[in-house]
Write a protein that binds this ligand. Structure first.
Ligand code: PEP
Ligand code: CO
Length: 455
């Protein structure tokens, strides 16, 4: 490992990456990016690893969320603010349920490249390369738009830098004040479920009132005014990742400077492939998506490669099996982790196994299947005595209509109203917050079971 180089992935089989036709332009972009400042720093990555370690031990809980794919077109301060805000609200609800700190990690400031199920797309007899995210090509169905363009990496870098700048300002500049955050975005409706949420929301408000009345005023209390907010993305486009990889001068370790946490997707986790090779060599916390085809054998090899020193917080396993399938797949992975004595953080992504095509033709997800997968994830961990360490959502603070269901009941007919995603359907602010309440209920139950078990 001591001899790992940031370009070693180039000697491994690569999948899901574009074939840039203009190699000269590609090299120019790589050279330029290599000179730019990293977006994140080694100390931050270490701090996140410690926070995730706590989540692995049940002393914290991870909330990871954001767009499926960030877009150049929809980039705006308002949408960053809205997603940030709803994540803080969700975190507050989860903290209330779990009674432990919530580690907040956005799918933001770098989540631009997408794996696709097919390399090309055919419409009306015309075949063009698939859209692979704004860092690679464009969604429009023309040969020019679909040709991978390396210059887009520079725009992605600029957008990521601006996004991080705003997130850092929000995190420390008073916007994250708990007394502001709990101006709930949900707008509770008249249903039994909404009644329960209102009840929990009122208890949170009462608690905050008490804190204020007790003299712990937020303008004096730093901790209530600022938060740690981290960034993450799938490390898919390795030319971009390599160009932003830097050696940390204090530890001599390599850092992926593109984001605090990076993850390996379900389609790029080949143990001998390029993506695993790159991620194995950097010090950042690494996520590994685990889908129905993840075998115990692969997981064993991957854990050894990605976390050779078995550090808690280094490796997060992000389970994404689909509602109804968790019981079939998660136990074999839990058993493997137990047999190996491996330290991992178990996280549930209830989005990617639950994508369907609606009758109206839209790619969508139903809030109730998303919730069901979360519940199955908790139940399986309870049955095995292992620790559910967090959740991973595709969501936005905007009022989109991309997933169906929720207290405001988005229907299949509503999907066309505000369907803005360039990729997978996201939960809107209200659906995301609603799910946070439901996850909080699971966490309350879990805590009660543990307390009862401990007498
Ligand atoms: C994603 O997180 O957007 C994604 C493509 O996930 P997966 O690799 O799990 O399919
Ligand atoms: Co997605």
């Amino acid at each position: 490992m001591g001899t790992w180089q940031k370009s070693d992935w180039r000697n491994k089989p690569r999948v899901q990456m574009p074939d840039y036709q203009d190699q000269e332009a590609l090299h120019a972009v790589e050279a330029q990016l290599s000179k730019y400042p990293p977006l994140v720093f080694a100390g931050e990555a270490r701090r996140l690893r410690e926070a995730l370690g706590a989540a692995g031990r049940g002393e914290a809980f991870l909330l990871q969320g954001g767009d499926c794919a960030e877009s150049f077109d929809q980039f705006s301060a308002d949408s960053i603010r809205d997603t940030f805000k709803v994540m803080l609200q969700m975190a507050m609800v989860l903290t209330f349920g779990a009674k432990v700190p919530v580690v907040k990690v956005g799918r933001m400031a770098g989540q631009f490249a997408k794996p696709r199920s097919a390399p090309t797309e055919t419409i009306g007899g015309v075949e063009l390369p698939s859209y692979r995210g704004d860092i690679i090509n464009e969604l429009a169905f023309t040969p020019e738009a679909r040709t991978p363009n390396p210059n887009k990496m520079l725009q992605a870098y600029t957008q990521a830098a601006a996004t991080l700048n705003l997130l850092r300002a929000f995190s420390t500049g008073g916007y994250a004040d708990v007394n502001q955050v709990h101006q709930w975005t949900l707008g509770f409706t008249a249903s039994d479920k909404a009644e329960q949420f209102r009840d929990m929301a009122n208890r949170i408000s009462d608690t905050l009132d008490f804190i204020k009345a007790a003299g712990v005023q937020s303008d004096r209390q730093h901790a209530l005014r600022q938060v740690d907010f981290y960034t993450s993305h799938e490390a898919l486009l390795l030319e971009y990742e390599e160009a932003l990889c830097r050696m940390d001068s204090t530890s001599g370790k390599w850092l992926a400077g593109s984001g605090h946490m990076i993850w390996i997707g379900d389609r790029t986790r080949q143990p001998d492939g390029a993506h695993v090779e790159f991620c194995a060599g950097v010090m950042n916390p690494i996520g590994l998506k685990c889908g129905p085809s993840t075998t115990a054998e692969d997981l064993k090899v991957l854990m050894k490669k990605l976390n050779p020193n078995n550090e808690m917080g280094r490796l997060t396993l992000i389970a994404r099996f689909g509602a109804g399938n968790v019981g079939e797949h998660l136990p074999r992975l839990i058993e493997t982790v137990k047999q190996e004595g491996a330290n991992v953080v178990w996280v549930c992504d209830p989005m990617h196994g639950n994508t369907i095509k609606s009758n109206t033709g839209y790619k969508t997800r139903q809030v109730h299947t998303v919730l069901q997968e979360v519940q199955e994830f908790f139940a399986t961990h309870r049955a095995h005595g292992t620790i559910p360490g967090g959740v991973h959502f595709e969501m936005t603070g905007n009022d989109v209509t991309e997933c169906t269901g929720g207290v405001h009941a988005v229907s299949e007919e509503d999907l066309s109203d505000r369907y803005h995603t360039a990729c997978d359907p996201r939960l809107n602010a209200s659906q995301a917050l609603e799910l946070a309440f439901m996850v909080a209920e699971e966490l309350v139950n879990l805590r009660e079971t543990r307390l009862a078990a401990n007498g």
